[in-house]
Design a protein around this ligand. Structure first.
Ligand code: SF4
Length: 645
């Protein structure tokens, strides 16, 4: 039986386990990336492991999230990351050089290699034929040290694209169509592998838009083959030497097949407040728009912004609309500046932001109260933009640009004019904002400013785990709920004691106080708990507050891994109706916890208040079980090092 592309790359990197869906496998990681918001923690953890130089083929530290320097905090973080990268063999992409995923695709991505990134949109790299996976910072730190990365062997879904897109229908609409069909939970435990005749007309940036937003499906990753389109992109980046042809075997088998005829897709939008709340733009046309934001790692490529420039050229942004544009990288911005497109954007009234994440995480440009914001981004969770009452609609750059002129959500097909853009034969390349590692690390001093605090480490699991239910939350709680990420909090990503004061406060402002008063306890949640970003702060803040276990109907993949890495028990209700029977402040206890965790996949939780008990699944591998017993991954690594030494 032939192999699909996902299986081929995983097989070439397999270190442990068997490639049977659902089984844990260990893979070798070729490349890593971090961004500043998760990076400080990842590098503190890397330093704690006592390894001098990274052992990967290539590791890159980006600064793209927390760029505003309203105080010393972000600047401190940038300095720390720059110096720690320089010392330990890591390339450093300076603030202003661009968004990690965009720059990585342009300058570092290699077809057929594995990439682990401390950012949930790392799967963007699948657009160039990588197995690119988002993970918590600690997993990335371990991979930098040459350690194996463990995942559950995913099912592979073949997304077969046929036909071709109609004018003004885009890659963004393709992935919104996939989200409409599969929902934000539909990709859990799966890789989406794109094949079919329809892919040959999709450029690498378009493919990357699709793999980027595969993260919104909860998928492990998404991947396109490496073909002549990939080769042309790499050639234009003067990196043709890293190109290899990669495709599934003729007789490859898949666990599922989805067929999408591209010619049937219409312009789409994800309405507030979930990326899978997908509607036809036509259906919602006419909604008054207050803000349009174009950019993010989803849609900020040269091709995207050239189309926007063509739409805006000679026109003026509607007086009621604030249009902000953040080019994805210095390369993109330089090219727009050189060919005059930037002048067209400015002349139309666009506010140009530096190349970074910016408004995507509410780092500036939060919309007004109750505003409607059209964004080319990938997430529209309530409050993520910085304004809780705002409604964010996710759209293509074409829909965004046309709507910025009309002042209302507008079907881009109403625009009269040609906006076709050819892939350049050569991009403008200058890597002067990427600093290579030091040749002599002994000369580099790592500078750790006062904003950078030690991270919490758990202790061994105790025999009896008692505590109150500190909070009970609904389905689809995101990491933005658990550890809010906004312009006020982002500068404190290296300061868990400070951040923990805001843990779960969007769900209940009293949570941190309750946790402290009760000396920790339990969290109860519904389905898909912890969806969204890879930030391990969403596990470290609860750990700091003494949370011992999280009891839910189901977990999102990365958050579950982060909880386990922190030594917090991840328990799912065997009987989902038990969720309804637990109340906030109920007194729970796990008796014989060590024995229960050691011996199987069932943990009994007693509810002393209701005088009942619940059977919970502890769905973990043996390695994860050991982590839970020892109190997390750092303790496991120390334990292993002690055993070896
Ligand atoms: Fe940055 Fe937004 Fe992309 Fe995250 S999703 S990497 S915040 S642009």
């Amino acid at each position: 039986m032939g192999l699909n592309l996902t299986q081929k790359i995983l097989k070439a990197h397999l270190v442990e386990g068997q490639m049977i869906p659902g089984e844990e496998i260990g893979i070798r990681i070729d490349q890593t990336l971090t961004q500043d918001s998760t990076g400080t923690m990842a590098y503190l953890q890397f330093q704690a492991m006592g390894i001098d130089r990274v052992k990967t083929k290539r590791s890159v530290a980006y600064i793209d999230h927390n760029m505003l320097q309203q105080g010393f905090e972000n600047a401190d973080d940038h300095k720390y990351i720059q110096t720690v990268a320089h010392k330990h063999g890591i390339y450093f992409s300076r603030p202003g050089n661009g968004i990690c995923h965009q720059v990585h695709l342009e300058r570092f991505g290699v077809p057929g290699e594995t990439l682990l990134g401390s950012d949930s949109h790392t799967p963007t790299g699948g657009g160039i034929g990588m197995i690119a996976i988002g993970a918590g910072g600690l997993d990335v730190a371990v991979a930098m040290g040459g350690g194996t990365y463990y995942i559950t062997m995913p099912k592979v879904v073949n997304v077969k694209l046929t036909g071709s897109l109609k004018p003004f229908v885009t890659a963004k609409d393709i992935i919104l169509e996939v989200l409409r069909r599969l929902t934000v939970k539909g990709g859990v435990g799966k890789v989406l592998e794109y094949t079919g005749d329809g892919i040959k007309n999709l450029s690498v940036p378009e493919r990357a838009t699709i793999t980027n937003m595969g993260a919104e499906l909860g998928a492990t990753t998404s991947i396109f083959p490496s073909d002549e389109v990939t080769r042309a992109f790499l050639k234009a980046q003067k990196r043709e030497d890293v190109w290899v042809e990669l495709k599934p075997d003729e007789d490859a088998e898949y666990d599922e097949v989805i067929e999408i005829n591209l010619s049937e897709i219409e312009p789409l939008t994800a309405a507030p407040h979930s990326p899978d709340n997908v509607k036809d733009v036509k259906e919602l046309e006419g909604i008054k728009v207050d803000q349009v934001a174009i950019g993010s790692c989803t849609n900020s490529s040269y091709m995207d912004l050239m189309k926007v420039a063509k739409i805006l050229k000679g026109r003026t942004v509607h007086p009621d609309v604030s249009l902000v544009i953040a080019p994805g990288s210095k390369q993109v911005l330089t090219m727009l500046a050189a060919n005059g497109a930037l002048a067209d954007l400015i002349a139309a009234g666009a506010r140009i932001l530096e190349s970074g994440c910016g408004p995507c995480i509410g780092m500036g440009q939060a919309p007004a109260t109750n505003a409607v914001s059209l964004r080319t981004f990938n997430r529209n969770f309530k409050g993520r933009c910085g304004t809780v009452s705002a409604g964010v609609y996710l759209v293509s750059p074409e829909t965004a640009a046309v709507s910025a002129i009309t002042g209302k959500l507008t079907d881009p097909r109403t625009f009269e004019g040609n906006i076709a853009v050819e892939m350049p034969e050569e991009f403008m390349i200058d890597d002067n904002m990427i600093i290579p590692p030091a040749e002599d690390p002994s000369t580099v001093e790592v500078i750790q400013g006062p904003n950078i605090k030690p991270f919490p480490i758990n202790t061994e699991l105790k025999d009896e785990v008692p505590g109150k239910v500190l909070i009970k939350v609904e389905d689809n709680i995101t990491t933005d709920h658990i550890m809010p990420s906004n312009a006020k909090l982002l500068p404190f990503r290296s300061n868990i004691p400070y951040l923990s004061e805001y843990c779960l406060t969007p769900c209940n402002p009293d949570f941190p106080k309750r946790a402290k008063e009760n000396n920790g306890g339990f969290i109860v949640g519904g389905e898909n708990y912890g969806q969204g970003s890879s930030r391990e702060h969403a596990a470290l803040a609860p750990l700091y507050l003494g949370v011992k276990a999280v009891l839910v109907k189901s977990f999102a993949r990365i958050h579950k891994a982060n909880l386990i890495n922190s030594g917090i028990l991840t328990l799912t209700f065997k009987n989902p109706e038990d969720y309804d029977k637990i109340q906030e402040f109920d007194e729970l206890v796990i008796e014989n916890a060590v024995e229960q965790v050691k011996s199987g996949n069932t943990v009994v939780v007693k509810n002393k208040t209701q005088n009942t008990e619940y059977e919970m699944s502890l769905d973990v591998s043996d390695r994860e079980r050991q982590m839970l017993l020892l109190g997390g991954k750092i303790n496991l690594i120390k334990h292993q090092n002690a055993a070896e030494g």
